[in-house]
Ligand binder design. Sequence first.
Ligand code: GDP
Ligand code: MG
Length: 166
Amino acid sequence: KSGFVAIVGRPNVGKSTLLNRIVGQKIAIMSDKAQTTRNKIQGVYTTEDTQIVFIDTPGIHKPKSRLGDFMVETAYSALREVDVVLFMISADQKRGKGDDFIIERLKKSNVPVFLVVNKLDKVQPDQLLLTIEDYAKQMEFAEVVPISATEGNNFETLMQIIEDKL
Ligand code: GDP
Ligand code: MG
């Protein structure tokens, strides 16, 4: 199987961390500072029978970005060409304007969207459920997968569900 997957989400939710885990090397720069990753970075996940290209999409959370409309449009054009979109959020953060902007754009797309709830290690189960409930009210997700990109929780499950969609 082969396919393309885009990772979208606000800054600091853990997109680069997940991408690094997927490709097993430090290709995306990790930082607490927003917007460190300035380019669309592609990582390739390869197993015996699978090849999946992952695309990191910084700047996608703002209608008017300092990086310019060009960056945002480039990021969104990437979304149309993928098989699955991973919409990544942080379990310990409330839904904000950046999330709502992304959701509005994702609703218009025909690509299946997985809600990836990262930083599972930082919250209690009840908070995790409330976060998921809140997002699930905004749009329909093909899958909801809580993970910890740093600890590795549910990583194999996530990769399997992605493979199953290709
Ligand atoms: P990006 O802006 O979405 O690419 O986010 P990064 O991958 O740069 O991560 C932002 C910060 O969150 C870094 O300090 C990461 O170490 C941290 N982080 C990422 N994933 C997790 C996680 O699952 N748990 C915890 N506790 N921290 C995480
Ligand atoms: Mg990043």
